[in-house]
Ligand binder design. Structure first.
Ligand SMILES: NC(=O)c1ccc[n+]([C@@H]2O[C@H](COP(=O)([O-])OP(=O)(O)OC[C@H]3O[C@@H](n4cnc5c(N)ncnc54)[C@H](OP(=O)(O)O)[C@@H]3O)[C@@H](O)[C@H]2O)c1
Length: 318
């Protein structure tokens, strides 16, 4: 089954995603909408000339659009996703699923009540390198996981109007990039029992950086860091009782996985491919083809839990 996609938004991530779409093998680009029609036109000319819709509503009700990818800034994810579901369209929603758990809930409730496939575009979940790490842990290669360390930081230009710094756009490091270390820790250790965090505020009032310490009653822990004011290694280490797995820079994209155990070290490079978005695109199409309403790999409950975790981190800053 080939999914005919429509995209809301024609910015940076939409471009990378559209570039990878042909690699998915089960997807074509049917239509695009952006608030600036000249930007949408330019986007269309770069990606095979899909139809440029005059309004978002036109795209949502387009009879030849099978699924919609919401690629607008954070604060538009929940309204965009709900509009897709109201129009009866399956929807892939960029991360974060919503600005907070309440917004995420509003999407999940609607998706479940309508029985329409809806998934957060937590693309790292679908990468072969991430799956390799999950499989290595599952095979017992490093024993029980005891600690996760992960960071994601880069120096973002100090432009207060940029979505990264603007509080009205859901700016700050946590929702934009801190979500990845949290996702990683939760993937290997589950939802934490204790959440501690401190943040450094920007002049615009969002978190320029934040450090998060998670703890589990079984003694497991995670130390996580995200920042928009520092270039950090962007690596992840999953420490087990008898070894460790390193996801090399950048840990959230297709990357080399190194496993260290009693027998030495093994490096597992990523397979050739695009930016890596083809995996989530293919997975979403397969779910749709199978008539699934939620992804078995990244369910609505996963998105809700991650959203709640980010709420808990922010509560710790008060
Ligand atoms: N999965 C990933 O790897 C990844 C990577 C980067 C970003 N993201 C996510 O993708 C989302 C977009 O990020 P981006 O870097 O692509 O941002 P971006 O380059 O600013 O693009 C955002 C798009 O939304 C449009 N937009 C902005 N404000 C709008 C409004 N009020 N009404 C309608 N459209 C509006 C922009 O239009 P204009 O061009 O006219 O401003 C642009 O088309 C973010 O939520 C981010 O978390 C995901």
């Amino acid at each position: 089954m080939t999914i005919r996609w429509g995209i809301l938004g024609a910015g940076k991530i939409a471009s990378k995603w559209a570039a990878d779409l042909p690699l998915a093998g089960n997807a074509t680009l049917q239509a695009v909408w952006a608030r600036d029609s000249s930007k949408a036109g330019d986007f269309a000319s770069r990606f095979g000339n899909p139809e440029v819709c005059a309004t978002a509503d036109d795209l949502l009700h387009h009879p030849e659009v099978d699924a919609v990818y919401v690629a607008t800034p954070h604060m538009l994810h929940a309204p965009g996703a709900r509009a897709c579901l109201e129009a009866g369209k399956p929807v892939l929603v960029e991360k974060p699923f919503g600005l907070n758990r309440a917004e995420a809930d509003s999407i999940a409730l609607l998706a479940r009540s309508r029985g329409i496939l809806c998934m957060e575009a937590l693309w790292t979940r679908f990468l072969p390198s991430f799956q390799t790490a999950l499989d290595l842990v599952g095979s017992g290669r490093i024993g029980e996981v005891r600690n996760v360390v992960a960071d994601f930081g880069f120096v973002a230009p100090q432009d207060p109007s940029s979505r990264l710094w603007d509080p009205r756009s859901g700016g700050g490091s946590l929702l934009d990039i801190g979500i990845y270390p949290l996702f990683l820790a939760r993937s290997f250790l589950g939802n934490p029992d204790r959440v501690a965090s401190v943040c450094q505020r920007s002049t615009t009032g969002v978190d320029a950086s934040c450090r998060v310490d998670l703890a589990w009653l079984g003694g497991q822990s995670a130390s996580l860091h995200s920042t928009l004011v520092e270039s950090t290694p962007c690596m992840a280490v999953i420490e087990g009782e008898s070894g460790r797995i390193v996801l090399e820079r950048m840990f959230h994209i297709p990357t080399t996985v190194v496993v260290h155990d009693a027998n030495g070290s093994e490096r597992i490079p990523p397979p050739a491919g695009g930016h890596g978005y083809e995996h989530e695109i293919r997975h979403f199409g397969e779910c749709l083809g199978q008539g699934l309403r939620e992804s078995p790999l990244w369910s609505l409950s996963d998105s809700l839990d991650l959203s709640l975790l980010m709420d808990r981190v922010q509560e710790a800053w008060q």
